[in-house]
Ligand binder design. Structure first.
Ligand code: WTA
Length: 637
């Protein structure tokens, strides 16, 4: 029996039981056998749900890039580590070997050091999906700087908020980016953001699209000449197990984005372990995750998890629809991809197109398919199974979160029989619990409740940057002695989990978490708007889309409504990013409120979803008559 690599169901159950009975010795064995340490830990785990505080492999010393790069050089130096597929089909793919990756990361690390970045400093990375993004991430880890990657689709305001929250010293960006047939002026967005960021000392700029951009003297520096002059050897900084590795922002239901802090050793062990098992990675496989490194999926399953296993990981710069809807499948054929990991929203979008786009390509290299980010509907699951997997590839529906660092509930291919829409069973070491609203655990099967995790796991986020109190309140206050996920789930008769969706005010649009409160704040800045409320409603492709109810000030009521809608969406785009734009905006004279003034979002959700047969009791409302008005004017198409 191997703790690290599970190959069949009986083995899973044995390993799982062991991981729960004795978590410390379970993780200790894995850590010992599969990673490189400079010093062993003094204690595998210490924790306190009250504080809350979690420490894994306390006292151990390591550098994650030695585990992801250096230790492979002897046996896999010429193997492709990163396979870069550019946006444009006419540009050649790049096969970056482990040797080359080592050289590039060392050079980049030396550039950072030379520009004054030290251990513990925060470096913001705002780059498209080009090799420099992965290299920058690893270069930070090499010298012990904390990376904070901001998805390059976020607006200048959103970027500035994130830079300021963790007072980043350095920003790495590019002149622009390619996205399908568009060119995006990233540097322009950066310049606007930096008007309000005092902590940034230097901006390193990658040349990608070769346009004219303005470079601010003394602040902005082209990266390539610096790399050309940098030494290709850089000793790794020896880090403590619990030193922060990165910050990654995720939306909360209220307030500013939360800078989730992940630390070094536990994150590494868990990302590597889950990658190996969930994707059953074998030496000659070519693994492709279509996510962006700007999200946790890219951190754990494009960069750290695959590289820690010496894998070949594909990085794709483009979009699934360019030059046409066959692009994903063209890439699978071209690089003989063996594992393919994507989001349900992408599957739904592709399933809407002609099946010729899939049939045209030879997908016989594929062995395992995965999904992540939101619940997958049955129709999309079957389309994926039949058209992409040709009914011979196990599908792993992986449930996890930015906060969990790695996959938590997922089938293990060839072991766990899959059922569409079920994430199935917890991975070893993960102890889920379903809770009722009174705070009691719901035992037994065929039940549903709020999903919690009742024992620490190595890759859990340790805090929210600069706001430990918020960390405590958000995740550890609802249920004593447990981590609360914010998701609802059901457990079926055999113990399989199915995630039913968020139970808070976070809406998942095309796989992106969006808190409704920050969007409302953006709308309310519009001079004609008095008040607003945002809810999610089911959407064929996006999974959920955003519906806005907006009350106008008297002065705004005479304005052209279509223009107002455009202005409101522009405001959201500026404040947060285009992904947060509303699909539907209904102007209304009021919102349903309780006597204490709280907006009854349940009613708004039902109206937006055209599900008004069972609107529930409205008698406790302060203004029950508004429900009628809202239903009459609902935007249904
Ligand atoms: C949702 C992405 C159903 C869930 C890795 C969670 C899912 C949120 C699944 C985290 C899944 C993720 N089935 N829902 N397989 N995977 N979710 O932080 O609501 O971007 O809380 O992490 O996505 O999103 P995040």
């Amino acid at each position: 029996m191997s703790n690290y690599h599970i190959k069949h169901l009986e083995e899973y159950f044995q390993v799982y039981r062991k991981s729960v009975r004795n978590p410390e010795s379970y993780w200790e064995e894995i850590a010992e056998e599969h990673f490189l340490w400079h010093k062993r830990w003094d204690e595998v785990l210490s924790y306190d749900f009250e504080k809350p505080e979690f420490k894994w492999f306390k006292g151990a010393k390591l550098n994650i890039t030695e585990n992801c790069i250096d230790r492979h050089l002897r046996t896999r130096g010429d193997k492709t580590a990163i396979l870069f597929e550019p946006n444009d089909t006419t540009e050649k793919a790049q096969h970056i070997s482990y040797n080359e990756l080592h050289e590039r990361v060392c050079k980049m690390a030396n550039v950072l050091k030379d520009k004054g970045v030290e251990k513990g400093d925060r470096v913001c990375i705002y780059l498209p999906m080009i090799p420099e993004l992965a290299v920058s991430v690893l270069a930070c880890a090499r010298i012990g700087a904390i990376h904070s990657v901001v998805f390059a689709g976020f607006s200048s305001k959103a970027l500035a908020t994130r830079i300021n929250d963790s007072s980043c010293k350095m920003l790495i960006t590019s002149d622009g980016s390619f996205r399908g047939n568009k060119k995006i002026d990233l540097k322009g967005i950066v310049d606007a953001a930096l008007e309000n960021c005092e902590s940034i000392e230097n901006v390193l700029v990658v040349k990608r699209i070769e346009t004219n951009i303005s470079m601010q003297n003394g602040r902005d520096i082209w990266l390539q000449p610096l790399l050309d002059n940098a030494s290709s050897s850089c000793e790794p900084e020896i880090m403590d197990a619990e030193d922060p590795l990165f910050i990654l922002y995720t939306s909360g239901s209220t307030g500013t984005p939360k800078g989730m802090v992940h630390t070094t050793a536990g994150y590494m062990v868990y990302a590597a372990f889950t990658f190996k098992n969930v994707f059953q990675y074998r030496e000659d496989d070519v693994y492709w995750c279509t996510a962006d490194i700007g999200w946790i999926t890219g951190h754990s399953y494009i960069v750290y998890g695959p590289l820690a296993n010496g894998a070949t990981t594909v990085m794709f710069e483009g979009v699934p629809s360019y030059p046409d809807y066959g692009r994903f499948w063209e890439i699978v054929e071209k690089h003989k991809v063996t594992q393919f990991y994507t989001a349900p929203t992408a599957i739904r979008a592709l399933a809407k197109e002609k099946t010729e786009y899939v049939e045209k390509y030879d997908l016989s290299s594929l062995k395992i398919l995965g999904t992540v980010g939101e619940p997958i509907n049955e129709e999309a699951w079957h389309w994926y199974d039949e058209n992409v997997g040709k009914k011979k590839c196990p599908i792993v529906d992986t449930w996890w979160q930015t906060e969990t660092g790695g996959i938590m509930i997922s089938p293990i291919p060839y072991s766990t029989p899959a059922i569409p829409t079920f994430a199935t069973l917890p991975l070893p070491g993960i102890q889920p619990a379903l809770m009722d609203e009174e705070g009691k655990e719901i035992k037994g099967n065929q039940v549903d409740g709020r999903l919690c995790i009742k024992f620490p796991w190595p890759s859990m986020a340790r805090t929210i940057w600069n706001n430990h109190q918020r960390y405590k309140e958000t995740y550890f206050s609802a249920y004593k002695g447990m981590y609360f996920t914010g998701d609802g789930a059901l457990r079926d008769s055999v113990g399989y989990y199915r995630i039913t969706g968020r139970v808070d005010d976070v809406v998942i649009v095309s796989g992106h978490n969006l808190g409704t409160a920050p969007i409302e704040d953006a709308i309310n800045e519009h001079p004609a708007v008095a008040e607003s409320a945002i809810v999610g409603y089911p959407h064929e492709i996006k999974g959920s889309a955003l519906y806005g109810y907006v009350i106008l000030k008297e002065t705004g009521e005479t304005r052209n409504q279509d223009n107002l809608r455009k202005e409101i969406n522009q405001l959201i785009s500026d404040r947060i990013g285009p992904i947060a734009k509303l699909d539907k905006i209904q102007f209304t004279s009021g919102l349903p409120k309780t006597r204490s003034g709280k907006i009854m979002r349940r009613i708004l959700r039902k109206i937006a979803s055209n599900d008004t047969s069972n609107i529930g009791d409205t008698s406790t409302l302060l203004n029950p008559e508004i429900v009628e008005e809202l239903m009459e004017n609902v935007i249904s198409s």
